[in-house]
Design a protein around this ligand. Structure first.
Ligand SMILES: *Cc1c(COP(=O)(O)O)cnc(C)c1O
Length: 492
């Protein structure tokens, strides 16, 4: 069935198939009245199970009809202004175009001989980003599948540098600290991928030290200083400090200059996890919130969060490009040592992956078609919206809101006017979220603060309005009241 292979003979089929797919998605986007239909796994599973994969449909339209039934109709749509849950963004059209081009050409940016210009585009996108961050002339980096991998790679480099750095062991001799003594310091609200990375890197189960935050969920430098001092006193090696620029729950930004100062003093690698806050790099009026990020040894950016790019698109950036050698392994068939000596630009020498998507193309087309300022303006809009939403929550006696947003998240919960037990408030908020999801009218997230259940809006859609926020808050309060009313009825 060679007619299915994309080549010079099949361009008509390619055009028709892709156009048909585009039409289906366009029709779906136009018809979506709610971010979600409320479909349950029990609804969908039988439909899925009834499909016999050994009986192909032999027809694109029929396959798309079927896909409509098992996926498109009931998908969760991030473009909808009442999708307010996780760090998912609506996507910009130049990036979607990039996705279509990169998958059709199917370059793999592991070696020059599989990508040619693709490698140079990726390198330009890395250089453009490191310049925005201010990492200096020796900076480098590589695209990754997401913030989780970017954090893992950054911490791998930090671990190798700590081992190679001749850090004194507790006998005072210069040597390789054993993995069991390496510590990573990150705030108590840092991303869980830091702990995952520590595990994968073979560190001790208590290797990640949770540094306390202030009221605004920012790491306390005094607490960090105390923990660093304690490490040294205990003969432990502070291998890295992870500062978060935009925590996943609160959008809070750790005090980067003070943290950088402490990292200098203790000669510790500074990793800034800006998976969420990286959108500030292109903001016209909020860039100053990232002041100090240029002092990092490594930085994580997730373009698929605050640059409005489709999943996946992320990068790990480093101040000293030479440290990427810790990810370099040579294979005769792919990237022999000689190629490195001949300065063949093989990105695999810098990556944890081998075959790798040409995700940089999406950012490239975004910058070439829209420009960086337009991306920053979109992110500024959602940050401003969050401030509006915070004011609304403060003024509304039905809700308790946690911190004034720095970026675009709001963490809050419904509190009934007539006092009830704390556990009932927890349950009412959980029930409201579940009922809202089941109705599909809006999608919101949940999290916990000081052991209590809270709800969360992550605002990444500039199409969302204050009216949307007001309407969703009414829905939440309605569901919570209904839940509390119901439990009181049952109790009486
Ligand atoms: C989302 C996020 C990550 C993980 O990124 P993925 O792209 O989901 O792997 C890491 N750190 C922070 C602060 C995040 O918000």
């Amino acid at each position: 069935m060679r007619s299915h292979l994309l080549n010079d003979q099949t361009t008509d089929r390619y055009r028709h198939a892709v156009t048909e797919g585009v039409e289906r998605v366009a029709a779906r986007l136009a018809a979506t009245e709610r971010p979600f239909t409320g479909v349950t796994p029990a609804d969908l599973a039988p439909r899925m199970a009834s499909i016999d994969l050994d009986r192909p449909l032999y027809d694109t339209s029929a396959a798309l009809d079927e896909l409509e039934d098992v996926y498109l109709r009931d998908a969760v749509y991030f473009h909808h202004p009442r999708y307010l849950a996780h760090l998912n963004c609506p996507v910009v059209i130049p990036a979607v175009l990039g996705e279509a081009v990169l998958s059709a050409v199917n370059s793999s940016v592991d070696t020059w001989d599989q990508s040619a210009g693709g490698t140079l585009i990726e390198r330009r996108m890395i250089d453009w980003t490191t310049e925005r961050v201010g990492l200096g002339p020796a900076a480098d980096g590589v695209f990754t599948s997401g913030g989780t991998q970017s954090n893992l790679q950054a911490l791998l480099l930090a671990r190798e540098e700590a081992k190679a750095g001749g850090t004194g062991d507790d006998t005072g001799a210069v040597g390789t600290p054993d993995l069991g003594r390496l510590r990573i310091l990150a705030s108590e609200v840092s991303h869980f991928s830091v702990r995952k990375a520590a595990k994968l890197l073979g560190l001790a189960s208590d290797a990640v030290i949770a540094v306390p935050c202030d009221r605004d969920k920012r790491m306390q430098p005094t607490a960090l200083a105390r923990e660093l001092e304690r490490c040294v006193a205990d003969g432990l090696v502070p291998m890295a400090v992870v500062a978060t620029a935009g925590t996943t729950d609160f959008g809070s930004i750790d005090p980067l200059p003070e943290i950088a100062e402490l990292c200098d003093r203790y000669d510790t690698w500074l990793h800034v996890d800006a998976a969420y806050g990286c959108g500030l790099l292109v903001s016209a009026c909020r860039r100053h919130l990232l002041a100090g990020i240029g002092r990092a040894d490594s930085v994580t950016v997730d373009y698929h969060k605050s640059f409005f790019q489709p999943v996946s698109s992320s990068a790990v950036l480093v101040r000293d490009g030479a440290t990427l050698r810790h990810a370099t392994y040579h294979a005769d068939y792919l990237n022999p040592r000689q190629a490195a000596q001949d300065r063949v630009p093989n990105q695999v020498d810098k990556s944890l992956q081998t075959t790798r998507r040409f995700d940089a193309l999406k950012l490239w087309l975004t910058l070439r078609v829209m420009g960086a300022d337009a991306v920053g303006a979109l992110f500024d809009e959602v940050c401003a919206l969050a401030t509006e939403g915070w004011r609304m929550l403060l003024a509304d006696p039905r809700f308790d809101v946690v911190v004034e947003p720095t970026l675009s998240t709001l963490v809050f919960r419904y509190v009934p006017i007539t006092p009830v037990a704390p556990a009932s408030i927890d349950r009412a908020n959980k029930a409201a979220r579940t009922a809202l999801f089941a109705s599909g009218a809006a999608v919101v997230a949940g999290t916990s603060v000081n052991g209590r259940h809270y709800l969360k809006f992550t605002l990444l859609n500039p199409e969302t309005t204050t009216d949307d926020i007001a309407a969703v808050l009414d829905l939440i309060a309605g569901h919570a009241e209904q839940y509390l009313g119901g439990t009181l009825d049952r109790a009486s």
